[in-house]
Write a protein that binds this ligand. Structure first.
Ligand SMILES: Cc1cc2nc3c(=O)[nH]c(=O)nc-3n(C[C@H](O)[C@H](O)[C@H](O)COP(=O)(O)OP(=O)(O)OC[C@H]3O[C@@H](n4cnc5c(N)ncnc54)[C@H](O)[C@@H]3O)c2cc1C
Length: 373
């Protein structure tokens, strides 16, 4: 750590998980940090998600980043009072085609990373009294579940309490250029600027967002009461999740896609990833559907919610689930890249996760950006 680093000021636009991951990394590296957030509290993608730190389902760079982020999450439990636990993930198979995908994955992975369990064992983990409908499952023991509703607020409070850190809420950045950001409350001088504006990146850098084909992906989510006393269990992924994540990539995945196209086209039509996580109060965060737009319409389609609820009820062997809350989340998506990194002006970095894994990889992106400042 050099003296000049102590004097250097990093201004970060956005107090979501990506912006705060950068703030933690920059503070740890000795910089002075100001995070600027337009809202009075971060309320966008980083609080609307499942809180699933889904390490083992990733592949390639996302897997490497997820492993790094996993340790950072656990360190923030200690340092910032973040609620995150090593919940593990259970990927349940209810059909022969789903089971074949899990077998393909397990053949490729070390047993401490992914372990096949029987349907009865999966049923025990989820406290399902009669789990005959579960053929088998893969258990990913290393995965975490965080509380998405409190995590970014707690990290922001830690940053703000740091002697070199500050978070300015209710302050909207209008323009970013070399050496400064212009906000609705005046100019902030900066040695380095990191723009972590999530799906709103195009408001500040429209040409970049167009060139990288950034779209808004809208997702329908629900919080439900657990159908019975379930303890606090693992995150749960299902067959549609196997179509989504990089770790499931063999020939069996295409066979599963064909089977679902024939047997459950409605799930593919809403691009479902039927999954849930369990929070410390026992409630389940259930989702989700996906629809990409230039600007996401705000309306929740009740048929989509019903489909997701029925699927999760079927996994849990429950007749129906009581809904406590419904909401829409939006994240940045692109077919061009998983992570948009750009350097539009000297001293300005733009970092946006353009696939739905920001809670999994976001905390690891900061150290990489900061190392290159
Ligand atoms: C419903 C849903 C479920 C998901 N589930 C998961 C999951 O379980 N696991 C996982 O890994 N990922 C999940 N994701 C993806 C993950 O939530 C996102 O990738 C991640 O939160 C993106 O973080 P971010 O900091 O880039 O964006 P955001 O959380 O959107 O933060 C960006 C912040 O920048 C601020 N901002 C923007 N422009 C300005 C400006 N001009 N001035 C000041 N402030 C500005 C915004 O107000 C916002 O607070 C999910 C996403 C959704 C929507």
């Amino acid at each position: 750590m050099t003296l000049s680093k102590h004097a250097s000021h990093v201004v970060i636009v956005g107090a979501g998980i990506v912006g705060l991951g950068h703030a933690v990394a920059a503070l740890d590296a000795g910089y002075r940090v100001t995070v600027v957030e337009q809202d009075a509290a971060a309320v966008l993608a980083s609080v609307r998600n499942f809180g699933h730190v889904s390490t083992s389902a990733q592949s390639g760079e996302l897997h490497d980043l997820a492993l790094e982020a996993n340790s950072i999450w656990l360190s923030l439990v200690e340092r910032a009072g973040v609620e995150a636990r090593r919940s593990g993930t259970l990927v349940v198979a209810r059909s022969a085609a789903e089971e074949a995908v899990l077998q393909e994955l397990a053949a490729d992975r070390a047993s401490e990373d992914a372990r096949l369990v029987t349907g009865a064992e999966a049923g025990e983990l989820l406290r399902i009294p009669d789990p005959d409908h579960l053929r088998s499952a893969a258990l990913f023991p290393a995965d975490l579940t965080a509380d998405p509703r409190t995590a970014v607020a707690r990290i922001a409070a830690w940053v703000d309490d740091h002697e070199r850190g500050e978070v300015r809420f209710s302050t909207s950045v209008r323009e970013v250029r070399e050496g400064a950001v212009e906000t609705n409350r005046g100019r902030i001088a900066a040695d380095h600027v990191v723009v972590a504006a999530g799906h709103l990146v195009g408001r500040l850098f429209p040409a970049l967002a167009d060139e990288r084909e950034v779209r808004e992906c809208a997702l329908q989510m629900l919080r439900v009461r657990p159908p019975r006393e379930m303890g606090i269990g693992p995150a749960v992924l299902t067959g549609t999740s196997m179509l989504r994540y990089g770790a499931f990539a063999g020939a069996a995945v295409e066979a599963l896609r064909d089977e679902l196209r024939a047997s459950r086209p409605e799930l593919l039509e809403i691009d479902a990833n039927v999954m849930f996580t369990q929070q410390a109060d026992g409630t389940l965060l259930v989702g989700d559907s996906h629809a990409a737009h230039r600007t996401a319409p705000p309306f929740l389609d009740e048929r989509w919610s019903r489909l997701l609820l029925d699927e999760v009820a079927a996994v849990l062997g429950a007749p129906r689930l009581e809904v406590l809350e419904r909401w829409q989340g939006v994240y940045a998506t692109s077919t061009r890249q998983d992570i948009l990194r750009a350097y539009p002006a000297p001293g300005v970095s733009v970092v946006t996760v353009t696939t739905g894994v920001g809670m999994t990889v976001g905390l690891a992106l900061g150290a990489r950006t900061v190392a290159a400042l």
